[in-house]
Design a protein around this ligand. Structure first.
Ligand code: MG
Length: 198
């Protein structure tokens, strides 16, 4: 059985945190990115806004009802992409096996990381502090143990199916790691893995 050390890194309230970082008047305030115009939709909410129940994908109208002091700011994707680029550079500094899920989230296989750090939790801690040093933004990290054994997945049937299918094509599995993205639709994940195997 092949156990890999996988960490999942996710920036905290990413778009809203970038806005609060770049605009001091927004610090500590309930902020919604997007949603400010008629029929607009919130695409990110600061923690202060989340306390009122404001969530992404909610209409701006509903958000304003929940939090009358909510400050709407238009999205600045260039700024988010710039931060995202820096974060990815940091990830790649540690490992070549990076599976980005979005601008602010990725799985990293740190089994054989470039610094030979034996513990995944230590790698996660290092990465979080580097992210903060270079972007003034905070990230959360989680360790995930990925086992290439179907019996190890007690949870979702689609995960079991995925792992079973991986076993059926075992000769195609690269020894140096497969990253399973448990949040993406199965076909998508399998497609990605097969691409890696080719
Ligand atoms: Mg996030």
């Amino acid at each position: 059985m092949d156990h890999r050390k996988i960490i999942h890194i996710d920036m905290d309230a990413f778009f809203a945190s970038v806005e609060q970082r770049d605009s001091p008047k927004l610090k500590g305030k309930p902020v919604a990115v997007g949603g400010g115009h008629e029929r607009g939709v919130v695409c990110a909410a600061s923690y202060e806004a989340r306390k009122y129940g404001v969530r992404s994908a909610m209409s701006g109208k509903k958000a304003k009802e929940l939090c009358p002091d909510l400050i709407f700011v238009p999205p600045r994707f260039d700024a988010y992409k710039e931060a995202s680029q820096i974060i990815r550079e940091i990830f790649h500094d540690y490992t070549n096996l990076v599976e980005p899920l979005s601008l602010d989230e990725a799985y990293l296989d740190v089994t054989n990381n470039h610094y030979n750090i034996p513990y995944a939790t230590q790698v996660a801690k290092d990465i979080r502090s580097k992210i903060y040093e270079r972007t003034e933004l905070t990230a959360s990290a989680m360790d995930e143990r990925v086992a290439l054994d179907p019996t190890d997945f007690g949870g979702k049937p689609e995960e079991k199916e995925l792992v079973t299918r991986l076993h059926q094509t075992k000769e195609g599995i690269p020894k140096n790691g497969i990253i399973i993205d448990a949040t993406a639709p199965l076909e998508h994940v399998v497609g990605k893995i097969l691409k890696k195997c080719n």
